[in-house]
Design a protein around this ligand. Sequence first.
Ligand SMILES: C[S@@+](CC[C@H](N)C(=O)[O-])C[C@H]1O[C@@H](n2cnc3c(N)ncnc32)[C@H](O)[C@@H]1O
Length: 195
Amino acid sequence: MRVEDLDFRVDSGVYAPAEDSFLLMDAIDFDRDDVFLDVGCGAGLLTLGAARIARRVVAIDISLKAARNTLRNLKRNGLGFPCSVMQSDLLDSIPPAVLFSVIAFNPPYLPYDGTTTDMDHALLGGVKGTELAEHFIQQAVRHLQKEGSIFVVSSSLANIKDLQNVMVNCGLDIKIVASLSIFFEKIQVLKGIQQ
Ligand SMILES: C[S@@+](CC[C@H](N)C(=O)[O-])C[C@H]1O[C@@H](n2cnc3c(N)ncnc32)[C@H](O)[C@@H]1O
C-alpha cells in the first residue's frame, strides 16, 4: 500500500507517520485470515494497510485524538468494515478471551532525557526507552493465537537488550526483521513468534 494512494490526513497532536512507521508496515506480510491488533495506531497508517487484507482489525491508542484520526482516515477511504477503533491504555480494553494472529506496536521508544514536549505521549518510552514496550509485550503474549506474531519497533538509543530479554522470558522466539540507520540512531523491527 502506498500512502500517496490514500486520502490520509494527520490531525494536530497526532504522530505523523515517519521512517519507523513505514519500516514496521513493510515488515508485516498480512494474510487474509489475519486478525490484527494495531497498538498505538496514531493516524492509522498500519490499520489502513491491514484493513485492505486482514479478516479483522482492531486499532487502539491511549490518545483519543489519535483514535478519532484513525477512524476518520478509515472512513475517508471506505475501509471501516473490518475495523474497530478504541481509546485504550495498551491492551487494557481488550477482553481476555480476544486473541489475535498479529499484534504490532510502534511505541514511543526514546529514553526520557528531562525535556518535555507536547508529543511526549508518542515519543518517550520511559527512562530506558523500553519500559512501555516491555509492558506491551507482557500484555500482548496473553492475546496471541497459537503461532501468532508480535512486531515491535525499538531504537539503538533505547535499551533493546532489556526488551529482547522480556520477549524471551515471555516465551517468544525473536528475529530482527527490518532495520534502518537514520541520523544517529538505528531503528529495528523485532518479531516475536510464540514457540
Ligand atoms: C510513535 S507513535 C506511532 C503511531 C503510528 N502507529 C505510526 O507508526 O505512525 C506511538 C503511538 O503510541 C501511542 N501510545 C503511547 N502510549 C500508549 C499506551 N500506553 N497505550 C496505547 N497507545 C499508546 C501514542 O499516542 C502514539 O499514537
